[in-house]
Design a protein around this ligand. Sequence first.
Ligand code: HEM
Ligand SMILES: *[C@@H]1O[C@H](CO)[C@@H](O)[C@H](O)[C@H]1NC(C)=O
Ligand SMILES: *[C@@H]1O[C@H](CO)[C@@H](O)[C@H](O)[C@H]1NC(C)=O
Length: 316
Amino acid sequence: MIASFFKSILLIEVFMVGAEALSMGYYIMSCPFADQTVTDTVNQALRKDPTLAAGLLRLHFHDCFVQGCDASVLIDSTEDNTAEKDSPANLSLRGYEVIDQAKKLIEQQCPGVVSCADIVALAARDAVFWAGGPYYDIPKGRKDGRRSKIEDTINLPSPISNSSDLMKLFWQHGFNARELVALSGAHTLGAARCGNFKQRLSNFDAVNDVDPTLDSSFAKSLSRVCAAGDDAEVPFDRTRNAFDRAYFWALQSGMGVLASDQTLFSDPQTRRVVNGYAMNDAMFFFDFQQAVTKMGLLDVKEGNQGEVRADCRRVN
Ligand code: HEM
Ligand SMILES: *[C@@H]1O[C@H](CO)[C@@H](O)[C@H](O)[C@H]1NC(C)=O
Ligand SMILES: *[C@@H]1O[C@H](CO)[C@@H](O)[C@H](O)[C@H]1NC(C)=O
């Protein structure tokens, strides 16, 4: 009697956890066209502005590394709360309007069902594929968080970190050195602004004026661009809108833009991985897809740990 009582509690619990857990077909009954709506919205936006693919992928990263993948990065600041997006690390995050547009269309089909956190993850997936990268299906069912605070962005890596610092930070989020390199491969898309790497170009350290891991003619061309100021942009590789291996070729030639990029080639442990990906894009794509799916599961909120926001920019 008592045993069966406990057994049924156990069963209920298993069932409830099962029902709330993430799954590929999470919206199959409740909002069957959610996935497709995100894809269509992203494709339409990228046809107009291909550089937004980078923005959407970066949004997903900044979301997941701060408070888990719960769309906390989308929250606007209010009178009594300064949100993540207003931290200096927010810099130049882009693609918010694409998420808003997808959310709007999905709300018209099935109000209150699809979380902003899932839309961010799906949009990143679609951006990677649109840019020529791997396609991967992702589990859905993330709930949106209710907290977004500027101080939480301390969890984001710094562009001046060396490889051991990066390995440590990524290890704290459950990633090994190989996954760090695969995820950094996201920098095959997009650009960085001079404010984030100009320290490499002059008065670098006691011995060197210019970062010695930087190719010297590339250093000169960076200096020329950066004469225009901290907001001048330099693409991470020769193909800024294509998801390809060119980023790893850049590292091999001392043309990594951020110190945190080039350090992956300076450290023998990560250099091995860089060389592997530079040679074999199937391997890079496979590892990236595994690692980014794993990133998409960081500290996700399920069931009543979160909510489905009506407006991605504010908590309900
Ligand atoms: C390894 C540690 C990382 C560091 C230190 C780092 C840092 C940065 C910095 C400083 C920028 C340039 C921002 C600007 O100047 O406007 C940037 C851009 C970018 N990051 Fe990272 N990042 C890291 C990892 C990642 C990961 C894991 C992803 C995604 C999976 C990612 C995706 C991107 C993308 C796509 C851009 C280009 C954005 C654009 O062009 O709009 N990054 N990152
Ligand atoms: C990013 O944060 C800075 C403050 O550090 C703020 O001035 C800027 O408006 C923010 N940008 C966005 C897009 O939210
Ligand atoms: C990496 O940088 C940290 C400081 O951020 C320093 O303590 C450490 O010695 C550096 N490691 C290497 C291998 O240069």
